[in-house]
Write a protein that binds this ligand. Structure first.
Ligand code: HXC
Length: 259
């Protein structure tokens, strides 16, 4: 696949790796990049061989936000009618395979929002997260005011959105925004390692787990628990459940066929 703003490759033929690649602009997210990202996500999602996707950037920037130069002169009418910078932003939510964000450097504005749309974030120790839109006279526009409080609580989310300050990797891990922090030179190995672990599990169970955790953010507790229970029951219809439990009982390694 040839793209100009991103690079795509596969790892061990099981993991799809997407690297944001507009280094001069610190991976500022413009329409072209978002379109290419959406297309690459769909290709990996429908590739039977791929079990997990890793989304990453450069050492200096995961992404420094939506492209400010491109939107500076927009009127309300331009933004609203053209659905500018909203196009393809929700694509990542429709991806059924897990997407891990491997973040080093700046993840600001839309970059932080993009990372939060992934299923979990592994951060390098130089990562910096922030929603600095307030400094530009606007507010987050791709879910930041909704996902950040769910991740870190109201007080920290308000602090970030109202002051525009950045959060370093240690604070991000302490407050639950990221799942792991590793030295910068270990980031890619850590993310690929996690992705390879996931890829070897039952694809059906992995998708069900993702759907069910996401449900926690979109419904009340009793609805979510019922949704989880029904998916749990449904997994007893899969060959992978038979294989996984038989392997445990017979003290051998499970080999899943994703059926
Ligand atoms: C366009 C950007 C950019 C951005 C950086 N650049 N961020 N271009 N849009 N979001 C460009 C700079 O203009 C510069 O280009 C080059 O990248 C390097 O940036 P510097 O500022 O020189 O680097 P540095 O001094 O290291 O500072 C890094 C930085 C700073 C702290 C990340 O660039 C910065 O504050 N960027 C803006 C962050 C931001 O406000 N993001 C939110 C955007 S609004 P030249 O040509 O000068 O070399 C948003 C809304 C989302 O995201 C809504 C989604 C629907």
């Amino acid at each position: 696949m040839s793209y100009t703003s991103i690079e795509v490759r596969t790892e061990a033929e099981k993991v799809g790796v997407i690297t944001l690649n507009r280094p001069k602009q610190l991976n500022a997210l413009n329409d072209q990049l978002m379109d290419e990202l959406g297309e690459a996500l769909h290709i990996f999602d429908s590739d039977e061989g791929i079990g997990c996707i890793v989304l990453t950037g450069s050492e200096k920037a995961f992404a420094a936000g939506a492209d400010i130069g491109a939107m500076a002169k927009f009127s309300f009418a331009d933004a609203y009618k053209g659905d500018y910078i909203s196009r393809n932003w929700e694509t990542i939510r429709s991806i059924r395979k897990p997407v891990i964000a491997a973040v080093s450097g700046f993840a600001l504005g839309g970059g932080c929002e993009l990372a939060m749309m992934c299923d979990f974030i592994i951060a390098a120790d130089n990562a910096k997260f922030g929603q600095p839109e307030i400094k530009l006279g606007v507010i987050p526009g791709a879910g930041g005011t909704q996902r950040l409080p769910r991740a870190v609580g109201k007080s920290k989310a308000m602090d970030m959105a109202l002051t525009g300050r950045m959060m370093d990797a240690v604070e991000a891990e302490r407050s639950g925004l990221v799942s792991r922090v590793v030295p910068l030179d270990k980031l890619q190995d850590e993310a690929l390692g996690a992705a390879l672990v996931i890829s070897d599990f039952s694809r059906i169970a992995v998708m069900a787990a993702k759907e069910s955790v996401n449900r926690a953010f979109e419904s009340g507790l009793s609805d979510g628990v019922m949704f989880e229970r029904r998916l749990f029951h449904a997994l007893f219809a899969t060959a992978d459940q038979k294989e996984g439990m038989d392997a445990f009982v017979n003290k051998r390694k499970a080999v899943f066929t994703h059926l």
